[in-house]
Design a protein around this ligand. Structure first.
Ligand code: GLN
Length: 482
């Protein structure tokens, strides 16, 4: 097996036995990136020398000692570019480390490479990047999903052992599903958001991409925990997320939400999910039908709340403190107006306009306030379901990866890509996507993702369920031919 195809767990074993050194690992990775990234274009930038300096002094006895981790371009790494794939932040370098980066470093990991994304994490295909699209490793005429499409693609293409992304409405789980890797969205408050460029602050969470479920647990061990710099982070110690991993699902109750199995899902995706559910049953799980009655409102509520928060969060990009600044402004208003007109792409502008509208006087009650009330109902749906079951099992994405350009002119169709992932963010619960099969599309295999949703702060159990299923199949062993 190629060094770069190894999981984090297997890589660590080699590092600790001194079969390979952190410097050799980094060199092998850089070589692999040189080979395949021209076709995938998952990275926006990389600072090899900075990573090499860390690899030379890496302590392989630490939990992630000597393991390079790719970082979505929305998370600050001191001294490196942090552009959110936006023209408005072109050339901007982060002045400090996000808490997750500080924690990764403390665990011995080496942040290496900035991954492509939809501008300011708004999108489901990575086509909204101002730099370039990223291509799906399984079929380079197709999108990798989004908004963390770069992170998913580089892990799936063995250009990274693991990566960080952010998930506001599905941006970790959906690209993980479409690229065929594991993506974990922790519960809201499980991981500090300090140093994550904010999109929608009540929904955003940072989480890992990896090749295996166990690796996701290892990464979450490093990332989780309270942070004085983020008052929404949970003030309780995090458990060891690998401690419950086992082989069977005896005594586990899994809920199939009836509203998620009503047709409209691609038949090959539907079949793979139903096969996965049967597999979980064979492993000892009890399958129960549950109801999430407010499901049909989730996308609408999300696009009110997320855009409202985004319109406020993005007000800071006005050319005074950060990034791009319009040339020769006539006056202050002209300076703000032209800077934002030139700096933001069309989807970001659409969201700022939508968000400003739903917060404006006269419309606030009808849209924003109402959406908040329906959000409470959606959260309550999950609370009720979790009284009957340990976790919910369903598809991550209603279809496999679509063609580049296929949805670009139809924002509403693009928004529907997240129909199964958005509710988890509104409810604040945790969710994971992992490979559960392949669709045959035009004679090519395209990955399908199984989604498991867990109770708030119950990531340990979620990982246990995901791991037992994963280990009973060999989907994770298949690799794209690039
Ligand atoms: N695709 C969704 C959106 O466009 C979710 C994005 C995300 O999770 N960052 O908003």
């Amino acid at each position: 097996m190629e060094l770069t195809s190894l999981s984090v767990t297997d890589l660590q074993a080699r590092l600790r036995s001194k079969a390979v050194s952190p410097v050799e690992v980094l060199r092998a990775l850089e070589e692999r990136i040189g080979e395949v990234d021209p076709k995938i274009q998952g990275y926006l930038s990389r600072d090899f020398d900075a990573a090499l300096a860390q690899a030379k002094v890496a302590d392989v006895s630490l939990p992630l000692g000597g393991v390079p981790v790719a970082i979505k371009d929305v998370i600050n790494v001191e001294g490196e570019y942090c552009t959110c794939a936006s023209k408005i932040l072109k050339g901007y370098r982060a002045p400090y480390d996000a808490t997750v980066i500080r924690k990764l470093r403390a665990a011995g990991a080496i942040p290496f490479g900035r991954t492509n994304m939809d501008e300011f994490a708004m999108g489901s295909s990575t086509e909204n990047s101002s730099a370039h699209p990223t291509f799906n490793p399984w079929d380079q005429t197709r999108i990798p999903g989004g908004s963390s499409g770069g992170s998913a693609a580089v892990v799936a293409a063995d250009e990274a052992f693991a990566a960080l992304g952010s998930d506001t409405g599905g941006s970790i789980r959906q690209p993980a599903a479409l690229c065929g890797c594991v993506g974990l969205k922790p519960s809201y408050g499980r991981v500090s958001r300090f140093g994550l460029v904010a999109f929608a602050s009540s929904l955003d969470q940072i989480g890992p991409f990896s090749k295996t479920v166990r690796d996701a647990g290892l990464l979450l061990n490093a990332l989780a925990g309270a942070d004085l710099m983020d008052s929404t982070s949970l003030n309780e110690p995090a458990p060891d997320y690998t401690s419950l991993l086992g082989r069977d699902l005896k005594g586990v109750k899994l809920g199939m939400p009836k509203e998620y199995f009503v047709g409209g899902t691609d038949p090959q995706v539907d079949k793979a999910i139903r096969d996965a559910i049967r597999q979980c049953e064979a492993l000892g799980a009890e399958i129960v039908e549950v109801s999430l009655p407010h499901t049909s409102h989730a996308v609408g509520v999300y696009y009110i709340i997320a855009t409202a928060e985004a319109s406020a969060n993005l007000a800071r990009f006005d050319g005074v403190r950060y990034g791009h600044r319009a040339a020769d402004p006539a006056n202050l208003l002209d300076h703000y107006g032209r800077t934002r007109e030139e700096g933001f792409g069309p989807e970001v502008k659409r969201r700022i306009i939508l968000g400003t509208y739903v917060l404006s006087s006269g419309y606030y009650d009808a849209f924003y306030l109402r959406a908040q009330k329906v959000r409470t109902l959606i959260r309550r749906d999950f609370t009720n379901a979790f009284e009957q079951v340990d976790a919910i099992i369903c598809p991550t994405s209603p279809e496999p990866a679509f063609k580049i350009g296929d949805r670009s002119d139809d924002p509403l169709r693009m928004y529907l890509a997240d129909i199964f992932t958005i509710a988890a963010n509104l409810a604040g619960i945790c969710g994971i996507s992992l490979p559960c099969g392949f669709a045959d599309v035009e004679g090519r295999p395209l990955p399908i993702g199984l989604q498991l949703l867990g109770k708030p702060f119950d990531e340990a159990n979620l990982l246990k369920i995901a791991h037992a299923y994963e280990q009973s199949t060999d989907w994770r062993l298949r690799r794209p031919v690039i």
